[in-house]
Ligand binder design. Structure first.
Ligand code: DQQ
Length: 495
């Protein structure tokens, strides 16, 4: 069944079957990349979560490994092994995760065999027995763990009732016995409200603290996913300075303009020193459709995160993504006059497009993918991406899914966000299409989404200049190879 689903990506990582959500335990051991993930192998719903596992030597072609963590029959993780990280404890691969029991989560530890295939939960689990004393916590789960001055440090995602989301800091010598240091950052949920794209929520899921080296100085970035009462809102980041148990937040930003379509990201530093990040691209179709399909959830492609000149995180697909490029086109479309529309000489539902455009003030470029039919065809489908430069010079990236699918049940809500540009209005646009998975990057700002065209011929690509003239100095496009040899994959992979 999974094979027949036209919405199932072919070069993004997906679980063999069943349900996938957050990336977990990202790391590189002896040159091999490990991707663990929140996994329900039995059905495409979020229930009694295991840790799935896959390995790769190039970040894009993955091999399924045996399920890593299985909830216990009884005990601290009987209701699920929720999100966490992988650390190197003096050569012993060690997972710190959230064990779910009696409707709540507490920190747990498991140690792995040298090949990271067999995992044993620690006898001491849960290693932190309760939420911090004197704090009315909205939740307590997900972990960021690192070495600092010969000690272990940990952040646990949480929130303080009546105030907002929070990240709590802990300290340990051995990963088993933890001391509460204090709240590292506490948000203010009364600033803004649930519909706002930068609302910080009442609980922070999947906190991830890392340092990005800039040209002159380094910045500390605290990524979290804003959550409130069962609703996964969007990933955000604080830029700030972490020093001496204190994080001083300087500025809040949106990590991905797709919001909940790039949720619960986790990052790690690879052997080359790159900061690489994956996120969960959740579904935008109804549960009934997902049940029928037999699978749910897509892992984003690996992203390379660097520091933009203004200290904000810039994102682009890791260079390895281009290993999947096959035959392509290399064109210089040149000037598009206001109102002009052109078909691009490449089509498909597995594409990687790179477009360099110069937007004059008060102009816009439209790129349509997954196109079937003419622009005004009521039975047509098209996923519209628009780069628009206003009179003042500000550039906005917009995703319009109002015509992306003839299926009225799928999510068609728009997305948008600002794109940094120089005075010349130049934008490098990268658009990756993989069946229902869509990842867009405009000058380092990502917009991730899912689209579900119904027409088998929804494979066209078009360029247009809805108003104002634009110059497209380069348009390169490639067909993308399948990352999987055989489908469907086994439900319970064995080594
Ligand atoms: N998903 C996990 C939690 C985390 C949430 C459960 C974020 O650990 O808070 O599957 O999507």
């Amino acid at each position: 069944r999974a094979q027949a689903d036209p919405h199932r990506p072919r070069f993004h990582f997906v679980s063999p079957a069943g349900w996938l959500n957050d990336p977990n335990g990202l790391g590189q051991w002896d040159g091999t990349f490990h991707l663990f993930y929140q996994y329900n192998p039995y059905s495409p719903v979020h229930d009694r979560i295991h840790w799935g596992h896959a390995t790769s030597t190039d970040l894009v072609r993955w091999t399924d490994e045996p399920v890593a963590l299985v909830p216990g029959e009884t005990g601290p993780d009987a209701e699920g092994c929720w999100s966490g990280v992988l650390v190197d404890d003096g050569g012993i691969p060690t997972i710190v995760y959230s064990g779910r029991h009696a409707g709540r989560e507490l920190p747990c530890v498991a140690t792995g065999s040298g090949d990271l295939r067999t995992w044993t939960p620690a006898e001491q689990n849960p290693v932190i027995a309760a939420t911090p004393p004197g704090v009315d916590a909205t939740a307590f789960r997900d972990h960021c763990v690192w070495r600092e001055d010969g000690r272990w440090r940990q952040l646990v995602g949480s929130g303080i009732r009546g105030r907002g989301g929070a990240a709590f800091l802990y300290d340990s010598a051995d990963l088993r016995s933890w001391e509460y240091v204090g709240p590292l950052v506490v948000g203010d949920a009364s600033t803004g409200e649930a519909g706002d794209a930068d609302w910080t929520g009442t609980m922070w899921e999947c906190v991830d603290l890392f340092r990005l080296a800039g040209r002159d100085t380094a910045t500390d970035i605290l990524v979290f996913s804003a959550w409130d009462q069962g609703v996964t809102h969007h990933p955000l980041y604080w830029i700030g300075a972490y020093e001496g148990d204190v994080f001083t937040p300087h500025r809040l930003g949106r990590l991905d303009y797709g919001g909940r379509y790039f949720y619960a990201p986790q990052s790690f530093q690879d052997a080359e020193g790159r900061r690489l990040m994956f996120g969960w691209m959740q579904e935008g179709r109804p549960d009934a459709a997902t049940l029928l399909a037999g699978w749910s959830g897509v892992m984003s492609l690996p992203r390379h995160v660097t520091s933009a000149p203004d200290g904000t995180p810039a994102q682009e697909p890791a260079a390895e993504v281009s290993l999947l490029r096959r035959e392509g086109i290399h064109t210089v479309p040149g000037l598009l006059r206001a109102g002009e529309r052109r078909a691009v000489d490449i089509s498909g539902d597995q594409l990687d497009l790179e477009i360099d455009v110069v937007l004059s003030a008060d102009s816009s470029l439209e790129l349509d993918v997954r196109v079937a039919g003419q622009a005004d065809d009521p039975d047509g489908e098209r996923t519209r991406l628009v780069l628009q430069r206003d009179r003042g010079g500000a550039v906005t990236l917009r995703l319009d899914r109002s015509r992306a699918s003839l299926d009225p049940a799928v999510d068609g809500t728009p997305r948008s966000g600002e794109v940094p540009t120089g005075p010349d209005g130049a934008v490098c646009l990268r658009v990756i299409v993989d069946h229902s998975a869509l990842e867009v990057f405009a000058n380092g700002r990502p917009l991730t989404a899912r689209v579900y065209p119904t027409r088998p011929d929804a494979t066209g690509v078009e360029l247009a200049a809805p108003f104002g003239a634009v110059t497209v100095t380069r348009l390169d496009g490639w067909h993308m190879a399948d990352a999987w040899d055989a489908r469907p994959r086994e439900l319970w992979p064995t080594p």
